[in-house]
Ligand binder design. Structure first.
Ligand SMILES: [Mg+2]
Length: 232
């Protein structure tokens, strides 16, 4: 199998497609916490059930700035908005890739598999962080919301990565952390492994074919075996 991929239920798995936010790097908690701090400073509650609508997607479903400004009846100052972004960035830059991510990337390459990334964030955001983590050149195809009409949970991002790789959905596996991301991968016809983080652990990830606590939990070979036996 070396140099080609890994056989799962008669399909040669030739590629792994990673989500970015909350899967490769835990940006979800810093983004949430930075907004939570602004809400608390203004004596307001940040509704978690509304917040989770945007995890893995865009702020189209819930815009924390507009929501808070509506609650306060006035716009937030530039100073508050800039400080919020600064706090978010500070918290993210203090983090490295989540456990098992770099090992899985190297293991996939060792198995001759190709790598893609599908993200509802922008190319600038994803490429910048992947470059900082030293792994941007590992990904053959990176598709972001700038590249497609619809972010997750629509399948556009995964379909764009499959098209870029020249593969069918059955030939690639998606790895996600959020319900929006899982829905996007499943709508694209792909098998999906889910790894929750501190934010998405509270959400329903049961639509994934396999849910793990961490990417460090299994070797790549074991992960492929598990998703093969879980797929129905
Ligand atoms: Mg995500």
């Amino acid at each position: 199998m070396a140099g080609t991929g890994h056989l799962v239920f008669g399909n040669l798995i030739r590629a792994i497609v990673f989500d970015f936010d909350g899967l490769i790097l835990d940006t979800e908690e810093p983004v949430y916490r930075s907004w939570l701090e602004v809400y608390l400073a203004h004596g307001e509650e940040l509704p978690f059930d509304r917040w989770v609508q945007i995890v893995g997607s865009t702020t189209a479903g819930f815009n924390p700035q507009s929501h808070l400004e509506e609650r306060l009846g006035r716009p937030l100052s530039e100073e508050v908005l800039e400080r919020r972004k600064g706090r978010r960035t500070e918290m993210i830059l203090g983090r490295t890739a989540l456990p098992g991510v770099v090992e899985k990337i190297e293991a996939a390459r060792d198995l001759g598999m190709r790598l893609g990334c599908a993200s509802s964030s922008t190319q600038e955001w994803v490429q910048g962080h992947l470059a900082r983590l030293g792994i941007v050149d590992r990904f053959e195809c990176i598709k972001c919301r700038d590249d497609v009409a619809h972010a997750k949970p629509e399948p556009d991002l995964y379909l764009a990565v499959l098209d870029c790789l020249g593969l069918r959905a059955a030939e690639a596996i998606a790895i996600e952390d959020s319900p929006n991301g899982i829905a996007a991968a499943k709508r694209a016809g792909m098998r999906c492994v889910a790894i929750p983080n501190t934010i998405t652990a509270q959400l329903d990830l049961s639509h994934a074919d396999l849910v793990l606590n961490s990417l460090a939990e299994l070797s790549m070979a074991e992960l492929l075996e598990r998703i093969g036996s879980a797929a129905g």
